[in-house]
Design a protein around this ligand. Structure first.
Ligand SMILES: *Cc1c(COP(=O)(O)O)cnc(C)c1O
Length: 252
């Protein structure tokens, strides 16, 4: 089966150009914003295609899906970022296979990641996910609980606290989009003022990338603008071929 990766190279170029343009527009140093290619639900061929064009950092949210993809791409020097919700029983696989985790929001998960990080690997890079709008149903540590969590996490030997991550409720227009990113930036600056040595603000997705760069993002997590929409026909074929041994009606 051939999969359609046509246009991926052009979309990568376009996203990189948009990042550079936003850096210029908002007086950010050139190269200060890194592209994390969010490849969840997308096939190894697409990742390979982007890797061949120089993209190194890839973000994934679902362990079951990611581990086989990592194995298939083990010949490439990729940097893997876990950005999805973390259940305690999944920490070992995350600690063993990823270079970064963006979505830690409680001490129990941080402790397990530190304990389970293999000694042969460097410390696991970590961002704390902040529930910046303090919405009861959303993941992330509450802003007022951030200090205590950060203080405890920096004492864990096998983790390296790099910064903060946010997934705000999407706002329609740029001004509204910037507000939650600015609040995360204020928290980040307060962390620096308290002596935490951080260098990462993980914020901005396809719909709000420019607003995030305007407010200081150092990593933007981009899926749709690179790979196209998730949940398309090719994604369903791949998802079903991962979960079943045979595909009885495979007409493709
Ligand atoms: C899926 C996902 C993204 C990418 O979103 P797009 O809108 O497709 O760019 C970014 N961050 C997180 C945490 C995600 O789960």
């Amino acid at each position: 089966m051939t999969r359609n990766t046509t246009g991926l190279g052009a979309r990568l170029q376009a996203v990189l150009c948009d990042i550079r343009a936003a850096e210029l527009k908002f007086d950010r140093p050139p190269g200060s914003v890194e592209l994390l290619a969010v490849s969840k639900t997308h096939p190894v061929e697409a990742i390979r295609e982007l890797a061949a064009r120089g993209q190194r950092a890839f973000g994934e949210s679902y362990l079951q899906e990611t581990l086989p993809k990592m194995a298939a791409l083990a010949d490439l020097p990729l940097v893997w970022h876990f950005i999805g919700p973390i259940q305690s029983n999944k920490t070992r696989a995350i600690a063993e296979h990823f270079d970064w985790v963006h979505s830690v929001d409680r001490m129990r998960v941080a402790e397990r990641l530190s304990l389970q990080r293999p000694p042969a690997l460097p410390p696991l890079n970590l961002c704390l996910q902040v529930n910046i709008d303090a919405e009861p149903t959303k993941a992330g540590v509450a802003p007022e609980a951030l200090w205590a969590l950060a203080q405890a996490v920096v004492c864990l030997p096998r983790l390296r606290l790099r910064g903060l991550m946010v997934i705000p409720t999407p706002g329609p227009e740029p001004a509204a989009q910037r507000a939650p990113f600015r609040r995360l930036r204020v928290l980040y600056d307060a962390c620096l003022a308290r002596g935490f040595t951080l260098d990462t603000l993980s914020m901005g997705m396809t719909a709000d990338m420019e607003a995030a760069i305007a407010e200081g993002a150092t990593i933007v997590r981009i899926g749709t603008a690179l790979f196209g929409p998730r949940g398309g026909q090719s994604d369903r074929i791949i998802a079903s071929s991962m979960t079943t041994e045979s595909t009885p009606h495979a007409g493709e």
